[in-house]
Design a protein around this ligand. Sequence first.
Ligand SMILES: [Zn+2]
Length: 243
Amino acid sequence: MANPKILNFEGYVIHLSPFKESDAMVKVLTENGLMSFLAHGVNKPTSKLASSCTLLAFSKFSLSEGKNGSYTLKEAENLTSVDGKDSLERLACFSFIAELSHKLVQDDEGKASFPWLKRALEAIANGFDPLSASSLYIAHLLKICGYGLDVDECVYCQKKTDIAGISYSEGGFVCKDDLSEGGKQLSPRELKIIRYVFKSGLEDFERVSFEKKENLDLISSLSRYLNDLTGVELKSLFLLMRS
Ligand SMILES: [Zn+2]
C-alpha cells in the first residue's frame, strides 16, 4: 500500500472552527494561498498541537491527505505567536486582522494577501501601532480583493485637483465641484490619510502612524464600505471601537 501523501508548509492561522468534541477545522494563510485542514484534539488542553493552532500563530504544519482529498494535521511546530496580553487594543486589532483575513480573502487572493498579513503582524510585534497596522491592512486587502478606492482623482470628472471628499458608493475621491453629486466632505488631513493607506507599500509599515481616532474612523468607514459591497460583517469591529 502506498504511503499517504504528506504536505509540509508554513503559515498563519486565520480561523478556527470547533468541530466535534475537541477537534477543529483550521484555516491557514500561506505564501502560496489558503489551506484548510482538520486538527484532531487541538481543543484539549493537553494537545501538543494546540499552540500551533491558535489564532494568528505562525507555524509549520505537516498534513496527510485522506482518500477523499481532505487533509488532517499530523505534526506542527509553532514558530511565532501574537501577544495580545496587557493590551485590549492590540488584542482587538488581532481579532480584527484575523476576521478580515478569514472573511475577505478567497482562494485566488491568498497569495497576494500573505505578505501584507506577515508585514502587519511583524510590525505590531516590533512595537508599531496596531491600529495603524490594521488601517494599512484593511486598505490593502480591499485592493487585493478588487474593492480598492480610487484615491488619485475625482470619481466623477477625473480631475486630480481640488479633491474635497469621498464617495464610498462611487468608489473614490470627489472634487469640490462634484461633492453635490454625492460624497462626504473630508478634511485635508483625512484625505491624506486615506490616500496614504491605499498608496503605501509593504516597506511603509512602521514608518507613519496615525491618531487612534483617525484610525478608528477610517477602519469603521472602510468596514461599512465592505459591508455595503459584499454583505461581510466584521464582528470584531465592535470590540475594536471600544478598545
Ligand atoms: Zn470632479
